[in-house]
Design a protein around this ligand. Sequence first.
Ligand SMILES: [Zn+2]
Length: 686
Amino acid sequence: MKSAFVERDAQDVVAHYGSFGIAPDLALRVYTTRLLGRDPKLVLHGGGNTSVKTRVRDLNGEDVEVLCVKGSGWDMGTIEPAGLPAVRLGNLLKLRERDALSDEDMVKLQRANLIDPSSPNPSVETLLHAFIPHTFIDHTHSTAVLGIVDQPNSRELCEEIYGERMGFVRYIMPGFGLAKEAAEVFDRNPKVEGLILDKHGIFTFGANAREAYERMIEMVTLAEVRLTKNRKSVFVSAQLPQSSGALAEIVPILRGAVALPDPKNEGAWKRLVFDFRTSDAILNFVNGADVGRYARGGVITPDHTIRTKNWPMIAPAPDGSKPADFKAAAKAAAAEFVDHYKAYFARNNERAGGTKTMLDPAPRVILVPGLGLFGLGRSKKDARVAADLAEAAVEGITSAEAIGHFSPIGEEDMFDCEYWSLEQAKLGSAKELPLAGQVAVITGAAGAIGFATAKAFAAAGAEVALLDLDGEAARAKAKEIGGAALGLACDVTDDASVRAAFDKISETFGGVDILVSNAGAAWQGRIGEVDDATMRKSFELNFFSHQRVAQNAVRIMLAQGTGGCLLFNTSKQAINPGPNFGPYGLPKAATLFLSRQYALDYGADGIRANAVNADRIRSGLLSDEMIASRSKARGLSEKDYMSGNLLQREVTADDVAQAFLHQALALKTTADVTTVDGGNIAAALR
Ligand SMILES: [Zn+2]
C-alpha cells in the first residue's frame, strides 16, 4: 500500500480552508481523513475515524483545548471540517478516572462538551482518541489487518510483524471500556506508534497529520506483506452444476424466498432490494466445498454486524438445467437461516435478561455457489453497503484462511454489538416510507404522467425503473429523481426489448413488485372509415403492449411468490368514447377489461390489478398547442377548457400519479378503476 500524501495538495487544502478561517491542523486533518476514507481497503461505510487535538475559541470567546473527532453520519472520503466536531478535551480526560460509564451517559457527556451544540454526535470511539496523548490519531478497519487479527494466535502474529512498534489490545466492545483498556496498553509503552485492536482494527498516532497517516500505510503494508508469506491456496471447490442459469431468473426466486410476511398487515411483505457482485475472488470463496464453515464463522470486525448480520445465507447452487428445483431449495435455505437467527437471538437475549427486541430475521448477504454474492437491504443504498462489506469479508476471510484459520469474535460478542443501543441508533430511528423495499416499473416514464408517477413512487420509498422508448430521456429523468433510479430504453411493442428491460431490472434490484403500465399514444379516425393499419397500430401500443409488460411482470411476481400490483393507465376513452376517437378508445377499453382479467386470474397469487381512468391532462398526448387550438375551437379560454369538469379544476399529471400510488398502497383493493378527471358524469362508472 502506497502513501497518497502529496505535499502540494495538502498545502492547497490548508490554503482553501484558511480562507474560511479554519486552522491549518484541522485542514490537514480533513485532508488525510479523506485519503484514508477513499481507500476501500482501509475504510468502508463509516468504519473508521480520525481526530486532532487543537485549540479553538468557544462561544464565550475563550481559548480552549479540544479534540476534533469524526462525527457520526459523515463519510471520511468526503469529510469537511464540520464533520470533525470539537469537544472539550479536559472534560473528556476527567472520565478516565471513572470505573464505569454507560454508553448512554458517554454519549450525553460527549454531546454536553461540544463547542458547537448543533454538531453531530462525536464518534463512539471518541474517548479512545482523547485518552491517547498524540496530536493526530487515525483509525481504520483495514482488511489486511483484519486478516491478521481474526486468527486464534493474533497476538503472536502481531508481535512477529510489529515487535515493540505497536501495542496489542484484547477484544473489548467499542465504548468506555475499550478506551480505558487501550490507554492502559499505551501507558505501559508510550513509545508505540499505534495500537492493534484484536478482532477489530488498527490505530496509528503522529505528531502531525502526515506522520499518523503514513504510519497507517506502513503498518497496513506490513500486514499485507505477512499475508503473502506461507500462503496456502484456498479454497477447494465443491462439485457444481455445469451452468447456474441466468442471473435474471435466479434472483427473483431468492428475493421471494427471503421476503417475510408482515404479521401486522395481511398481504404486506417485508421485501428486500438486492445488489449483485461477482469476481474470481468471490467465486473462489462461494464455490468452496467448506464454505459453510468459513463463511459462517462471524464478522471480520464488529462494525459490520448491523449491516450484514453475523453470517450470510448460503443458497443452494442453482442448476440451469433444473430451474424448478432451485425454488424449493432456496426456500428451505432461507427458512433455515431464519430459524438459526431466531435461535441465536433467543439464546443471547436470555443472557441479556430478556430485554432486547428481535430485529427482522432475514439475511443481509446471500452467497450463491457458481454465481457470486448479493447484498440485501430495505433500499438499494443499503443493499450496496451490505455487498461492499460482504466483499471485504470475502477478502479478509480468504486471507485469514490462507495463512491460518479465520477466528473472529464469538457469538456473545457479536450479539452484544448487533443489539447494542448505540449501534441501533446509528441506523436511524426515522420511520420507514410505505413502499420501502419495493421495486416499481413505470412505462412511458419520460412523459408527463409517467415521470410524475415515478417521482411519487420514489418519494414513497420504492426503487424505480423508468422505461421509455427514448432511452436518453429515461436516463435523464432517472438522474433527476436521483438515488438508484434506473432509466432504460424500452420499446413496449417489442417482445425482446421488454424482456431485456425486465431482465435488467431483476438483475439490478432483484425483481419487480409494482408495474405502472402507462405508455400510450392517441390515434384518431371515424370508425367506419379508419384504415386497418391505424387500428392495428393503436391496438399494438394501447392494448398488446399492456399485455406484454403485464405478462413479464407477472412472470417475475410468480417467481418471487410475494404477490404484486399491476396498474394500467386506461384513460376516460375506455368508458366514454369521444367522437372520432375509436382507434384510441377501443384498445383502451380492452385494456380496462385486461386489468379485470388479471385481477380475476391472479388474485389467489396475491397479485392485484387496477386501472386509472384519467382525462384531459397536460402531457405529450394533450400538448400545449392542442390545448390552444381546441379551446379556441370551442370559444373557451385555455383555463376554462382545461377545467371544464364538475369541480372546475384542472387535473394534473401529479393527480394521476397520486391515484396510482393510492392503488399501489391499498392492499385490499383489486379490479378497481379510479377516476381522475375533475368529475365527468358521462364517464362515471356504474
Ligand atoms: Zn473501529
